[in-house]
Write a protein that binds this ligand. Sequence first.
Ligand SMILES: NC(=O)c1ccc[n+]([C@@H]2O[C@H](COP(=O)([O-])OP(=O)(O)OC[C@H]3O[C@@H](n4cnc5c(N)ncnc54)[C@H](O)[C@@H]3O)[C@@H](O)[C@H]2O)c1
Ligand SMILES: CC(C)C1=CC=C(C(=O)O)[C@@H](O)[C@H]1O
Length: 257
Amino acid sequence: MNQQRFDLTGKTALITGASGGLGAHFARVLAGAGARVVVTARRIERLQALVAELQAQGHEALAVPMDVTDADSVNRGFEQAEQHWQLVDVVVNNAGIADPVMFLNMTEGNWRSMMDTNLDGAWRVAHRASLAMAKAQRGGCVINIASILGLRVGTALSHYAVAKAGIVQLTKAMALELARNDIRVNAIAPGYFRTEMNSDYFATDQGQDYIRSKVPMRRLGQLDELDGPLLLLASDAGSFITGTTINVDGGHLSNSL
Ligand SMILES: NC(=O)c1ccc[n+]([C@@H]2O[C@H](COP(=O)([O-])OP(=O)(O)OC[C@H]3O[C@@H](n4cnc5c(N)ncnc54)[C@H](O)[C@@H]3O)[C@@H](O)[C@H]2O)c1
Ligand SMILES: CC(C)C1=CC=C(C(=O)O)[C@@H](O)[C@H]1O
């Protein structure tokens, strides 16, 4: 196998929600593979620290404010990236919230803000990116960060599960229509990885019991266990892969009934 097929030199990758957690990790991995990275989120000061870290390692990186719930902010963020590096070739649609609420306690506000960030936000970013890629006729790729909760359900996460199921379907529907534009669209469905979103929960006895009883590998994922799937989907190594969702979950989706 030619390892150069994983190389992203000359490509520009934009990552949403890159101020921490999986998003910051994805930016480090894509930069390490040679991509210029545009890190986006609402907290610009955290992005600037990440950019300084990447630049100190010799990578090209740019921090751009972007709130995925705001179409103007998404558009401005892409314009800023394009002014710098012409075209975004790889988009990682990572921004997301969890906000667990039991169904009977859920307000329309809980539901709407979940959809606005985790589903509509991903659509806004994917749509803006795809329009530019199609116009430039240079192809590209979109990687949507779904979740195992897009394929199963979990207590107090009905809104989250529905939004992530939407991401899995959006991935397939975009892949179908955008293949003619040489734009590949895939998703990664992570199982449980410790980040800001969930660290309080996994620090509890309940969280630890949950992992031991539900995950066949009996542990949380390590962030670097997402690197292979990410680079496969982002690079020419995955040139015939589109419309797929790769589960990275220690067997969680295959647990015993
Ligand atoms: N950590 C896990 O175990 C896990 C599992 C499955 C899926 N995921 C998904 O991975 C993605 C990253 O989650 P994480 O665990 O790193 O959580 P996190 O809370 O550490 O990171 C989420 C990021 O999204 C950003 N964000 C939230 N709302 C935003 C908005 N409106 N505009 C721009 N950015 C916004 C946050 O600021 C943060 O940087 C999410 O889509 C999440 O649903 C995480
Ligand atoms: C609520 C919290 C424990 C949570 C929600 C969603 C996840 C996911 O798998 O997408 C988990 O990572 C976890 O953050």
